[in-house]
Design a protein. Structure first.
Length: 547
């Protein structure tokens, strides 16, 4: 059996070692589907070989006494093996490198590990964690190669966020951010590099020139072997380019090539199976659509990708609905046949056998639908739980900020009232008891400092990117320097923070910050004068998101 399996795999590989003829047709698409289905049957064997290969790497280094540099090189090699194969293992080995780097002072080595960690977190849908990893990198200390990796990971992170924010108001914002980092890559990356080619093509496509983007990739594709993750990325992206041109046959061809490459390279963090299932569903091939969507879900589960699991869950209800419609039609046909058979049962034995065959198919279809409904229910429960958690977090944030401001303001106000009472007691000649306390304003000043400290900390915990988002709204050279103390706001930033919280009245802002109304008015005027768009500056501040 093992020999037959290897022969089957070898035959498939030989078929795709020949050069693809330009253009596509029905026969070619059919051959690609046949190859893809053959590889799916062999996937367990391919995964087993992948695990054996990784085990051989570990066994070869088991008894060796490695220094820090050698251990980091081994961890990087294992991370590369696991990067598109298993999230937990990839995360484990790159985390070990970050622990080793704590005792070393090499900005480029640390940046490389942080970027790798950010990538593995991003593909699993942990966007905030990935962003936090990239924020630890000091860009000014990196060489050109590491800057390219950093910008590439930033672009990738925003691209994944755009996939999750599709059809939402934030989609264009994430795409614009992706384009921004692509521009930075194109300025410094070597023109023959994979990063330059892929970002050039994607940037060109997003600008509306699909033809040029396609030419860039089709010229570059022959230089990469099938089974390489880069091949899968390029073919999947080519499919996206052709979908924008509404050339569905070419889109389907490159999705098939990408899926085949994923299977050959045991790449479980993939996207093509889900896209193929959507095409098959629109065509009415619900059985194959469900099979490929199940493949996408199984791969995402084996890999540990929450991002791909959620994307597959979004498509599940549509296929379920189509399955239900198909089942209803099958039921209707079966009922008609049963009526006819009940009238001529003695004469048409063959019809009875055919009916029993249909009933068996119906039972199998019902079992498939039941399994799919169970999976869908589980995915829906997970999504509902995530939504409930997000709503609860937002409610707690709003309650926390409101109570915090009210409490701190009341404490300061009570301190002032107490001082007034003590002054009145002094006028009543009770000076021996109160003189020392009246002489100092330390309680009030301490209360104000405590208020500012707690306000800054609480606000930045809820709006961690507030300062950087404000800087995007300011003209060049007029932004705010975060400095060493990233947990402290300046008075100008506190004014903007209160505006973000919905406090517009100058008098209220002045009362909260213990300043004069003239000072607050001056701050707001100066801030508007430094903004890129003066007319909408404060509205833009109010639209800054918590994450």
């Amino acid at each position: 059996m093992r020999i037959l399996t290897n022969i089957s795999i070898a035959a498939v590989f030989f078929f795709f070692s020949t050069e693809m003829v330009a253009g596509t047709n029905e026969k070619e698409i059919k051959a690609l589907y046949h190859t893809l289905d053959s590889l799916i049957e062999c996937q367990d064997s391919l995964i087993s070989e992948k695990k054996t290969h990784i085990k051989s790497i570990l066994d070869g280094m088991r008894d060796m006494n490695l220094n820090s540099e050698q251990e980091m090189a081994l961890n990087n090699r294992l991370y590369d093996e696991y990067m598109a194969f298993n999230f937990d293992s990839a995360h484990h080995y790159i985390k070990k490198n970050l622990e080793i780097l704590q005792s070393l002072d090499d900005a480029n080595l640390k940046a490389s590990s942080l970027i790798r960690m950010a990538h593995i977190l991003a593909v699993s849908g942990l966007f905030e964690k990935a962003d936090a990893m990239l924020d630890e990198i000091r860009l000014s200390q990196l060489n050109t190669e590491k800057k390219v990796e950093y910008y590439n990971q930033k672009a990738e992170l925003f691209l994944y966020r755009s996939e999750m924010a599709q059809y939402s108001p934030y989609f264009k914002e994430y795409i614009d951010s992706t384009q921004y980092y692509r521009q930075l890559i194109l300025q410094i990356a070597p023109k023959e590099s994979f990063e330059y080619i892929t970002n050039l093509a994607s940037y060109t496509s997003e600008k509306g020139n699909e033809e040029q983007a396609i030419r860039i990739f089709e010229d570059y594709l022959p230089s990469i072997r099938q089974g390489d993750r880069r091949y899968s990325i390029i073919t999947s992206t080519l499919a996206y380019f052709f979908s924008r041109k509404q050339q569905s046959d070419m889109q389907e061809k490159y999705l098939l090539l990408s899926a085949i490459s994923d299977l050959r390279g045991t790449i479980l963090e993939n996207n093509s199976f889900r896209e193929l299932s959507a095409i098959l569903m629109e065509r009415g091939d619900y059985s194959k659509a469900y099979s490929y969507l199940s493949q996408a879900g199984d791969d995402a589960q084996l890999y540990g990708s929450r991002l791909r699991s959620v994307q597959a869950a979004r498509l599940s209800p549509l296929i379920t609905k189509a399955y239900d419609a198909e089942r209803a039609q099958a039921q209707h046909r079966t009922n008609i046949l049963l009526i006819i058979i009940s009238l001529i049962a003695l004469l048409l034995v063959g019809s009875i056998i055919y009916t029993l065959s249909l009933m068996r198919k119906r039972r199998l279809a019902n079992e498939k639908i039941s399994r799919m409904n169970a999976e869908l229910s589980q995915h829906n429960d997970e999504i509902k739980m995530m939504n409930a958690q997000m709503k609860e977090v937002n409610r707690i944030k709003d309650e926390y900020i409101g109570r915090f401001l009210e409490l701190c303001s009341n404490l300061i106000h009570r301190g002032e009232e107490r001082l007034k009472i003590m002054n009145r007691l002094a006028r009543e000649r009770k000076l021996e008891e109160l003189y020392a306390e009246l002489k100092s304003n330390a309680p009030i000043n301490g209360g104000i400092r405590m208020f500012h400290q707690n306000f800054d900390t609480a606000f930045l915990n809820i709006y961690p990117d507030f300062v950087s988002e404000v800087n995007k709204l300011m003209t060049e050279g007029n932004g705010f320097d975060v400095g060493e103390d990233a947990s402290k706001l300046t008075t100008e930033l506190r004014v903007l923070a209160l505006i973000r919280l919905g406090i517009q009245d100058n008098q209220k802002i002045a009362d909260i910050l213990r300043s004069s109304i003239t000072t607050i008015y001056t701050y707001r005027s100066k801030l508007k004068s430094r903004a890129r768009n003066k007319d909408t500056f404060e509205d833009d501040i109010r639209r800054i998101a918590t994450y």
